[in-house]
Design a protein around this ligand. Structure first.
Ligand SMILES: *Cc1c(COP(=O)(O)O)cnc(C)c1O
Length: 331
């Protein structure tokens, strides 16, 4: 299997904003775009993106998961990063158009088609360090993918970082390129020095999230995760897992969690921790590395509730369980 996100459908959906209006979306080859070297995005990181998936059901039908949520978030990201506004129905039309054309490339379960809507500032204006790009380009890439973390019984090792932060506090809820670049140095160091898989960013002891996934703690029948604020990315998977946990009768506590409480509760035999995201789905965390010491979460193995929640979500996505919340759009 090729690495996640390196294979693409031969075409993508594309629309451009010329400063006045959006072009009619079209379908174009996906192997290149033409950009002026002075394009705003290349200098001042005027970019945001989305990640969502298309699932194949047993009857051969294809379904996009919670497309409306991703589109709303992308409109919001574009606004917060001062990129030109666009209508939600333009992007949904582009998504459905490209998926419709390349339905046959949606892999069989557990594979999926990952979609990457991307919005970039294209104005050739290196003098606009302190002004938005007047022009932009919006496109939707489609990438057939396998299981992102096909790790079987293994769990992740997370380094707890209280010193730095993933990104500027007001940028946390924007799915924007610069945030990921800003986390890389910390992540590389954590990998080299602690054999960590990810860094859990906890500025001043406040448990937030990793570079690209939300964090949840499960202790007995309670699920704890940070309440929505501007400091972190509001995951669609996070929201879906909270809904499914409530459906299962769990107590869902959206509240701030300190590193001290996390370390203390992780020692409970039935504690579980997991990362949630479109790519990660729900990936179990087995070890927390804090101040040079390793703390096993619960048994250190994938937790029963984590497995149950992940399965409940996957069953809806792949059409094995009823879509009671109306999360799927058939293509
Ligand atoms: C995309 C992303 C997530 C997960 O969001 P989903 O909508 O669940 O895919 C969480 N944190 C960050 C920083 C992200 O970029």
């Amino acid at each position: 299997m090729t690495a996640f996100g390196t294979q693409f459908a031969p075409e993508m959906a594309l629309a451009t904003f010329d400063g006045q209006q959006w072009s009619t979306p079209s379908v174009v080859p996906s192997d290149s775009i033409s950009l002026h070297p002075g394009a705003h995005v290349l200098h001042y990181a005027s970019t945001c993106f989305e990640g969502l998936k298309v699932f194949s059901h047993a009857d051969g039908s294809k379904h996009v998961f919670r497309m409306d949520q991703n589109i709303t978030r992308m409109v919001q990201s574009s606004r917060l990063i001062s990129l030109p506004a666009f209508k939600e129905n333009m992007l949904s039309g582009m998504i459905l158009d490209i998926v419709g054309r390349y339905k046959d490339l949606v892999p069989a379960p557990p594979g999926t088609m990952y979609l990457r809507p991307t919005h970039i500032g294209t104005e050739a204006a290196i003098g606009k360090a302190a002004a938005p790009s007047a022009q932009s380009m919006l496109y939707v890439l489609a990438s057939p993918v396998g299981d992102y973390f096909a790790s079987g019984d293994t769990t992740l090792r997370l380094l707890i970082d209280e010193q730095g932060m993933r990104c500027a506090p007001h940028m946390g809820m924007v799915k924007s390129g610069g945030n990921y670049a800003s986390a890389l140095q910390v992540l590389n160091k954590a990998r080299a020095e602690h054999q960590a898989d990810q860094v859990l960013f906890c500025p001043d002891g406040d448990v937030q999230e990793t570079a690209a996934a939300n964090f949840i703690l499960i202790d007995g029948n309670e699920l704890i995760t940070k309440p929505l604020d501007t400091s972190f990315l509001h995951g669609v998977t996070r929201a879906s897992i909270l809904t499914l946990a409530a459906d299962m009768g769990m107590i869902v506590s959206e509240r701030d969690l300190s590193v001290a409480e996390l370390i203390e509760r992780s020692a409970n035999g039935d504690a579980e921790a997991a990362l949630s995201g479109t790519a990660a789905v729900l990936t179990p965390v087995g070890t927390l590395i804090y101040n040079g010491k390793e703390h096993t979460v619960g048994t250190g193995k994938p937790g029963a509730k984590t497995i149950q929640l992940r399965k409940a979500l996957n069953d809806i996505q792949f059409g094995v369980a009823e879509d009671r919340h109306g999360w799927l759009t058939s293509v």
